[in-house]
Design a protein around this ligand. Sequence first.
Ligand code: MGD
Ligand code: MGD
Ligand code: SF4
Ligand code: MO
Length: 718
Amino acid sequence: MPAATATHCPYCALQCAMTLDPASATAGEQGFPEVAGRDFPTNRGGMCRKGWTSAELLASPSRLTAPLLRGADGAFREVSWEVALDRMAGEFRAARDRYGNDGVGVFGGGSLTNEKAYQLGKFARIALCTSRIDYNGRFCMSSAAAAANRSLGMDRGLPFPVTDLDGARTVLLLGTNPAETMPPFVQHLEHAREHGGLVVVDPRRSATARMTDDGGGVHLQPTPGTDLVLLLGLAHVVVHDGLADRDYLERRTTGLDALLPVLNAWWPERVEQVTGVPAALIRRAAHLLARDRRGTYVLTGRGVEQHVDGTDTASAAINLALLLGLPGVPGSGYGTLTGQGNGQGGREHGQKADQLPGYRSITDPAARRHVAAVWGVDPGDLPGAGVPAVELLTTLGADRGVRCLWVNGSNVVIGAPDSGAVARGLQALDFLVVCDFFFSETAEYADLVLPVLQWAEEEGTMTSLEGRVLRRRRAVAPPPGARDELWIMAELARRLDAPGTFSPDPEEVFEELRAASAGGKADYSGISWAALDAGEACYWPWPAGAGAGTPRAFLDRFGHPDGRAVLVPVRPRAAGRAVDPSPRPHRRERLHAPGTLTLITGRYLEQYQSGNQTRRVRSLHEARPGAVLEIHPATAAALGIQDGAPVELTSPRGRVLVPARLSTDIRPDTVFLPFHFAGDQTANRLVSSAAVDPVSSMPEFKAGSVTVRALDPEEMIR
Ligand SMILES: Nc1nc2c(c(=O)[nH]1)N[C@H]1C(S)=C(S)[C@@H](COP(=O)(O)OP(=O)(O)OC[C@H]3O[C@@H](n4cnc5c(=O)[nH]c(N)nc54)[C@H](O)[C@@H]3O)O[C@H]1N2
Ligand SMILES: Nc1nc2c(c(=O)[nH]1)N[C@H]1C(S)=C(S)[C@@H](COP(=O)(O)OP(=O)(O)OC[C@H]3O[C@@H](n4cnc5c(=O)[nH]c(N)nc54)[C@H](O)[C@@H]3O)O[C@H]1N2
Ligand code: SF4
Ligand SMILES: [Mo]
């Protein structure tokens, strides 16, 4: 093994390049590899605190190192892999016999390598023969993906390299806070900021919104959940002030005639009434976006996508970009910032309920034939589409629901909406298997916990937010008791008499993935392991035989058969508001009860996702030991809430206890909570899973309704 290994950060989709050196003097002292930033286009040697401290977890004392099986007394005991895998295969077989194939289910994640995600989808379909597989990316990228597929005919988060943004003069940032969620990305916005061209849309004055201070641009602070209307207003100004690119619309799009009447109805003063954003600011922002269209980008994040109208809102953002003539033109564009480390690759190769590898549809007969041939099975033996994550998780243990579940790469007890109900569902299962490297809150409900490898202990590929495939490399040996999922799947497949091959070797699985993806939208067939190792820029689609990949998509044509992008005439579903996301109040009087506020949830720089990794890193924990409720001082005063004092948040689903922090960065009608924490601080105990986006099945993470009240400090200690 070479002394220092070139790899990428384990966490987010920016996939900052790093070097891990287990042999340096520092490594010797600290007991884990030394991390150094590595020059690479996305991060240019920079990283955030999570990346710098990531290697600490390789030596964590809380690492899982042996399979844990729950005994009849309810306690976990270490067992051998042989016993663990026999038991798992036995339980899955029994559940299939008892309830049918769809009685077993798999829940994956966007942190898995391409090879593991691909193999997991294959394992579900032909070893377990179930349609019931979905993954945490449903809570992440599904609205943006659905909108891009619908409008552009292909979903690659950024259809251009991140470095293209370096030359931008104007960037519209819709519900995305990269200053905290991808700090090294912010360097690519510097040029636009210098030109006063950042337009940040966020109900909070986030770290990213603060970049618009001192002439950096403008911050629009809409009522949460009203972005669709705001985007219709911006598009209205573009059309009515003659700023649309008529020639581009004529050559490259369809659907303008259907869109124009929708836009007519949303003049800025009307939009102001719904969104609270002043009409003059809407006009100013629209003109800023149109000032120099060969230098303008429109980017979305979870703030506009994680809503029950998230797909339509993302479509409205694409419409705006198309009206301005941006997508598919060098030096301008539309994109969404993918979140998880392999959020992009993880949504391409078959973890999704309705999908086969290469971004193929599981209901398309030609796709089924192609993939079945690669897998060596009959197309008729492939199950049909399964159910999306919320439905899978809300029917656990129920009639026709999943009875025996394998969670591999998600911590649903923290990350999924209505997490209290999810926990009850897990409890109702006949058997739950959780694979993780740390004992997660979800593992607490498991019957069997299997220890897997961390990023720096495994080999594989990841696809970053710009659609570039990267090599993840092994820098250290794994602890003796841990195994990787490819091996686990190979062992289980054998025990389940599965057809086809389940290789434990990542390079072999990648070769198969290439073949399975060939001819699909996300075509990896031309990308070789050798090219990846040589550091070639491997952007998909890269069909076999093509000399190179596709750093910039859509230059000649969009992904639809006619090569054109579609302007989708999206409109709010009810007057003003898309769908009222507020939960049904228990009692009528709660409707107007004092303290009923809009809850938005999101992220801190120092914590990652469910926190199962970053809560164990000492310096990150010290910086952000828990959740804090961000609340406006005027609202706090009206409710008798002091800065730093405990508050209770309730919704019909559950309650959360946290300290308050008074801040004028948030609107008076809105409060903000991060979702990284466990126990009484679990934000998702409050979040509803009752309504989802009709296209993407995204729940409403960003605009719920909660009641907030001051809490007597004694009430906290219970
Ligand atoms: N530190 C850190 N970084 C991460 C992650 C992490 O957990 N921690 N996770 C990674 C993942 S998986 C993802 S998906 C990305 C997410 O990255 P982002 O999309 O940047 O993250 P969020 O904080 O979820 O939401 C962004 C912003 O949306 C705003 N927002 C909330 N509601 C609304 C609304 O109705 N309208 C508008 N316009 N804005 C709204 C919030 O105030 C917030 O500032 O981050 C990735 N990077
Ligand atoms: N309220 C609210 N909820 C949200 C969001 C929000 O903004 N607000 N954001 C949503 C978003 S964007 C996302 S992406 C989800 C994430 O939600 P989760 O899936 O709950 O988050 P993670 O912490 O990434 O969970 C991954 C788990 O898998 C483990 N793990 C990591 N890598 C591997 C691997 O290679 N193999 C295996 N077997 N395990 C691994 C980690 O240790 C961790 O326990 O949360 C969603 N939930
Ligand atoms: S920005 Fe993302 S990839 Fe880069 S160091 Fe931070 S967590 Fe890692
Ligand atoms: Mo995400």
